[in-house]
Design a protein around this ligand. Structure first.
Ligand SMILES: NC(=O)c1ccc[n+]([C@@H]2O[C@H](COP(=O)([O-])OP(=O)(O)OC[C@H]3O[C@@H](n4cnc5c(N)ncnc54)[C@H](O)[C@@H]3O)[C@@H](O)[C@H]2O)c1
Length: 366
């Protein structure tokens, strides 16, 4: 991968290719801060996106990550009916060694300079404490602790959205969204996965759980009446729904060949190793896929509510809408015989282009 700093033209061609509006490079010698903020699209509202701190192998890799993630946030907001755009920030460095209060607050000042076109939240390598530091310098941060007026842990809300997505898929496949007796394998029983297991068991689904952490599956299985299985056995067992809730790219050529499930619906980001290729493979194999950014939007919805003045009831209503949104995507996929991830992209991009026209005519009419 070439270093982007040696090839400026490549940056602009990438921005054009993915339709990014603005990219800000933040450099501060005193604190050692090196960060990139990407604002993908603000047609629907301010760009919301997490701040990820990661030891990237190269600057090019950091840029690629921030561009990809910010675009997904645009699609997620659009398909969820939120008045938000998509953005993302990455801080280059080791979150365990390089992070300081001063660095986070300096980063907060960069966000402040964007005057509200970018609002951030926690992501991999950052935590609620970091958000508190950022908030000392700017109000354009969300997902802060409940103790200081925020919406708190988004995982239960994310799990609720995934649960609604699973129900919509089950209805598409079996004609009813009743989960009693349906079998679901939840891979990764962390914050989201465990909440999901609880909800599934409340509807009497048969639940299998696996995790790379040896202790968790047994504990979660015992608590909710699920069955612990080994990570390696995941695709040897037949079940109705595979719910990836651990990490990305678990849906790839190798695993699709082994899969005996009817549905894939989980919280992990970027589940398809290759969007185009694996979306098509799933369609051809007759496996229903709930696009990840659609059904894991609960966390974003939680942040959206916080920006508007947090209201738990409204947050849950918006999250329940994931059921109908998933149904629309699956219907389009079935009627047009296109992969579900492609159907989701089309619906999300159409909402943005429709609203862009309205905004245009509003300005003309002034
Ligand atoms: N937390 C949210 O609100 C939210 C929102 C949107 C998307 N997501 C995505 O959902 C997924 C789960 O999020 P979370 O907050 O529950 O994270 P988490 O870290 O709390 O849980 C992840 C779990 O997956 C397990 N795991 C890690 N690698 C594994 C492997 N190779 N095989 C099996 N299990 C493995 C971990 O041991 C852990 O128990 C992540 O991909 C995250 O990006 C989370």
């Amino acid at each position: 991968m070439s270093d982007f700093s040696q090839d400026n033209a490549a940056i602009f061609s990438q921005l054009t290719r993915f339709g990014h509006q603005e990219v800000v490079f933040c450099n501060d010698e005193d604190t050692g801060l090196r960060a990139i903020i990407a604002i993908h699209d603000t047609t629907l509202g301010p760009a919301l996106g997490g701040t990820r701190m990661w030891q990237y192998k190269s600057e090019a890799e950091a840029l690629q990550d921030v561009l990809r993630l910010s675009r997904t946030m645009t699609l997620k907001a659009a398909i969820s009916g939120l008045n938000l755009g998509g953005g993302q920030a990455v801080i280059i460095g080791d979150s365990r060694g390089h992070k300081t209060e001063a660095m986070m607050r300096r980063f907060g000042r960069f966000i402040q300079n964007l005057n509200g076109s970018f609002i951030t939240a926690e992501d991999l390598g950052t935590n609620l404490r970091d958000m508190e530091f950022i908030r000392m310098e700017t109000s354009f941060v969300t997902g802060v602790p409940e103790s200081i007026g925020g919406s708190g842990d988004p995982a239960p809300v994310t799990a609720r959205g995934v649960f609604m997505g699973i129900k919509a898929c089950v209805r598409e496949m079996f004609g009813s969204d009743d989960l009693a007796g349906r079998s679901v394998a939840v891979q990764g029983v962390g914050h989201v996965g465990e909440n999901l297991v609880r909800m599934l068991r409340e509807e009497n689904a048969r639940v299998y759980v696996s995790d790379i952490n040896d202790e968790r599956p047994g504990r979660v299985a015992k608590r909710y009446g699920a069955e612990a299985i080994s990570n390696n056995a995941l695709f040897d067992i037949e079940f109705d729904v595979y719910a990836p809730c651990a990490f990305g790219a678990t849906v790839n050529t190798d695993t699709i060949r082994k899969m005996k499930c009817a549905i894939i619906a989980g919280s992990a980001n970027n589940q398809l190793a290759d969007e185009k290729k694996h979306g098509k493979m799933l369609l051809d194999k007759g496996i229903i896929y709930a696009p990840d950014y659609l059904i894991n939007a609960g966390g974003m919805i939680n942040c959206y509510s916080e920006i508007a003045g947090y209201n738990k009831k409204r947050t849950m209503q918006l999250t329940e809408n994931i059921y109908e949104a998933t149904r629309s995507v699956l219907r389009k996929s079935r009627e047009e015989h296109i992969p579900a991830n492609e159907a989701a992209d089309i619906i999300a991009l159409k909402r943005i282009s429709d609203i862009k026209k309205i905004k245009g005519s509003y300005i003309c009419g002034k």
